[in-house]
Ligand binder design. Structure first.
Ligand code: MBD
Ligand code: FE
Length: 286
């Protein structure tokens, strides 16, 4: 019995369509942005494109090829993927540059709100014979003065041992490897999960076509996604990566920071790996 049989790789169009639907559900209300700002930003984007066309003498064939590609990105539902892989990291950088607490990283396209609530010491929802190296992930959530934050919420989601995310690849239980953990009276958590595999973004859609046409690769290093929150504190959206991963230096999404690399070590009882990592949350709005 192999999971490779039931766990078919999602097509770009399948996972793209889900990511697009989910995005519209979560961010349906459009932001009211002042006209002056819309005009300034839109003008600067367009001017940058015009300048590039002049500098590189972009041809009509190239213009039509890009136009066709942009149309196809939408048809594949790959705008969430495109934006989060190639743009979000700079938005995250700007949004968090004042922080004193833990470093964060991009959310990416595969977050799902409302995952099952779990106690501080828990096992993430997973299949009975979930493949992969078991990982005990423990630590504490504190504020920037080092005070424990009991009852803090840690939303954790990650890919399985084949690099697939539940709700975006067929054949996986709805909440597989997704959970919302509440820290104990000392702000501690102790989560049993498995180590995810490196993740290759879909290669059969428009983003894949760009990657191939440009001679890039489609890999992200293996990663855990987290949202850590506590009333009165800034939401921390982060990812954790694994020391030794071959894609730490060339993440297609440019979302690795040295502070986010963990180095699990084998547990004494031989049942997998363990690692400690603490989160420090900035106070809200100063
Ligand atoms: C991912 O799993 C991810 O985290 C990002 C940022 C983009 C594509 C897939
Ligand atoms: Fe991811």
């Amino acid at each position: 019995m192999s999971h490779e049989v039931t766990e078919v790789k999602a097509t770009a169009a399948e996972s793209g369509e889900k990511a697009t639907e989910r995005f519209i559900e979560n961010h349906g209300a459009n932001l009211e942005t002042p006209k002056e700002r819309v005009s300034q930003l839109a003008t600067e984007v367009l001017t940058a494109v015009h300048d590039l066309i002049r500098r590189h003498k972009v041809t009509y064939d190239e213009y039509q090829a890009v136009k066709g590609w942009l149309i196809q990105v939408g048809e594949d539902g790959e705008w969430p993927l495109f934006m989060d892989v190639w743009v979000e990291h700079v938005v995250e950088e700007v949004a968090t540059d004042h922080r004193e607490g833990s470093k964060g990283s991009i959310e990416g396209p595969y977050y799902v709100p409302g995952s099952p609530k779990l106690a501080a010491a828990c096992t993430l929802p997973m299949r009975e014979d979930e493949p992969g190296t078991p990982l005990l992930f423990q630590g504490q959530v504190t504020d920037v003065s080092g005070h424990a934050l009991p009852g803090a919420k840690i939303e954790l989601w990650h890919a399985d041992d084949f690099g697939f995310y539940s709700q975006y690849a067929p054949g996986l239980p709805e909440w597989n490897l997704r959970g919302t953990i509440i820290t104990d009276d000392n702000g501690h958590f102790e989560i049993n999960t498995i180590q995810p595999a490196p993740y290759q973004i879909p290669t059969d859609g428009s983003c894949g076509r760009l990657i191939e046409a440009a001679g890039w690769h489609a890999w992200r290093p293996a990663h855990l996604h987290l949202k850590v929150s506590s009333p009165g504190h800034e939401l921390l959206t982060a990812q954790l990566y694994f020391q030794g991963d071959e894609h730490l230096e060339d993440d297609i999404a440019t979302a690795v920071k040295p502070e986010l690399i963990i180095a699990p070590s084998p547990k004494a009882d031989g049942t997998g790996n363990e690692v400690s990592y603490n989160f420090t949350l900035d106070p809200l709005g100063i």
